[in-house]
Write a protein that binds this ligand. Sequence first.
Ligand code: GEM
Ligand code: ZN
Length: 375
Amino acid sequence: MNISTAFDSGSVDIVSLERADDIQLKIRKDSQSDFLQWFHFRLQGAAGENCRIRFLNAGETSYVKGWEDYRAVASYDRKHWFRVPTSFDGKELTIEHCPQSNSVYYAYFEPYSSERHLDLIGMACESAWCEVERLGATVDGRDLDLLVLGDGDPAKRKIWVTARQHPGETMAEWFIEGLLERLLDEDDAVSRSLLAKATFYIVPNINPDGSARGNLRTNAAGANLNREWMTPSLEFSPEVYLVRQKMHETGVDLFLDAHGDEALPYVFVAGCEGNPNYSPRLMQLENAFKQYWLQSNPDFQDQQGYEKDKPGEANLTLATNYVGQHFDCLAYTIEMPFKDNANLPDEEYGWSGERSRKLGASVLQPIFGVIDQLR
Ligand code: GEM
Ligand code: ZN
């Protein structure tokens, strides 16, 4: 048998590979950081074996509640991912699976590769409505890609969408893929109406280094990008520095930041209720946005989510809070589950790349609902 991680977002440490029914692994820490949760590896030579894969340090990971009712994903062809029997005893996470092939991949969530990212950029640029702009270099020297959709008319609204500040939250880039595909559909009336009213600035992956490295939460320098928005630096968090700089050039009328949540099995949003500038206008915009989304996509719900920030106590180092405060605009963190949507469970797949894509396409409805009220 063999286990390898020498591929995009591959990450796990091998403790023992002596017996298929007692494979012992450890989840690896993020670069220059103590965060740990993401895993992605290839197992070869175990076809027909009743494999028992134990993650010995699951009880020491960043989000231990993420293992309750969690099932890992597996794939033979790296395109079709399915859930496999998984259990957590408070200390170890155990996958029990009999691979049908001598090559099988296991991951924390359905991966979104660097190559697929570059294909997404390529697909978008095929459209006459979309230009790609290189904002600069990441810590490891990758291009930081910005997609600009629309004619850039300064009179139009500016809608910014970012994804994968936390690179292991791969559902965020699946979400962007679905959003982009619909926004660039010339037969879609909502898309055409939106592009007549707004310019979209979309960053499909603000942390490409962390994605390729198999990090859950940090960039190559160990920065949690979603705590860098007050004082980003070109050395430690160039990805935030460059996006923020561009936002200051264009202005922002609506901001969405796509994430995944390890523990809560729901799709939800987190707003700016704790910001110093939070106002009845922003509250009304947040409520309208949620109502439009509730009416158009039952995968979205507003009963479960993060505890609300107390007035004036928001942490302005977070993207949504910083942008909402600085630009006095509607700003939301969008959360998707690593597990499943408990309101609409899918036994075979749980929450998935495809459901994230469909959710991304559906977010155009609430954007369309509030576009004329943003200012
Ligand atoms: C979260 S954002 C947390 C927002 N919390 C409240 N109460 N508004 C983070 O960065 O920790 C996003 C994520 O990682 O999914
Ligand atoms: Zn996140």
